[in-house]
Design a protein around this ligand. Structure first.
Ligand SMILES: [Zn+2]
Length: 142
């Protein structure tokens, strides 16, 4: 059975789904601190577990083919046979996972080398007034 929704009904359904999802979220503002700490510890442990499992799966389920990194080429490459000019790997700062790009020829590898760069880490805040920075050791308050 197929139901056909009007665009308005679709929007209304999406709104209801979104608000239901948001209402189910943990109330970090109002929940007791102990409950928040427990919740945060659970989330961290789940994230670590997911990261480890994903890392293992990605190393087991190896990629056997890819397309050339050069967008003007984009030729399919059989990685397993080792017939490619070169590759570069980097850690994706957003996911924390390793990503690799391949090039089919020396010309494409030149393109890859200059364009597949490491994303810059978070920039430090500049010290605006160095004389305002407190470098004194903390004094015991007792
Ligand atoms: Zn290529």
């Amino acid at each position: 059975m197929e139901t056909i929704l009007t665009p308005e009904q679709r929007v209304e359904r999406a709104r209801l789904a979104a608000s239901t999802r948001w209402n189910k979220r943990f109330d970090w503002e109002m929940a007791p601190l102990d409950e928040c700490k427990t919740m945060l510890a659970d989330l961290r442990s789940e994230a670590e577990r997911g990261g480890l499992i994903l890392q293992r799966r990605m190393s087991v389920e190896r990629v056997t083919d890819a397309n050339c990194y050069n967008p003007t080429c984009n030729k399919p490459i059989d990685i397993a046979s080792g017939r490619f000019a070169g590759s570069r790997s980097r850690i994706n700062n957003d996911t924390g996972l390793m990503e690799t790009a391949y090039a089919c020829s020396a010309a494409c590898f030149l393109y890859l080398s200059s364009n597949f760069t490491h994303s810059p880490g978070a920039k430090r805040e500049p010290v605006i007034a160095p004389e305002m920075v407190n470098n004194e050791p903390a004094k015991p308050s007792i």
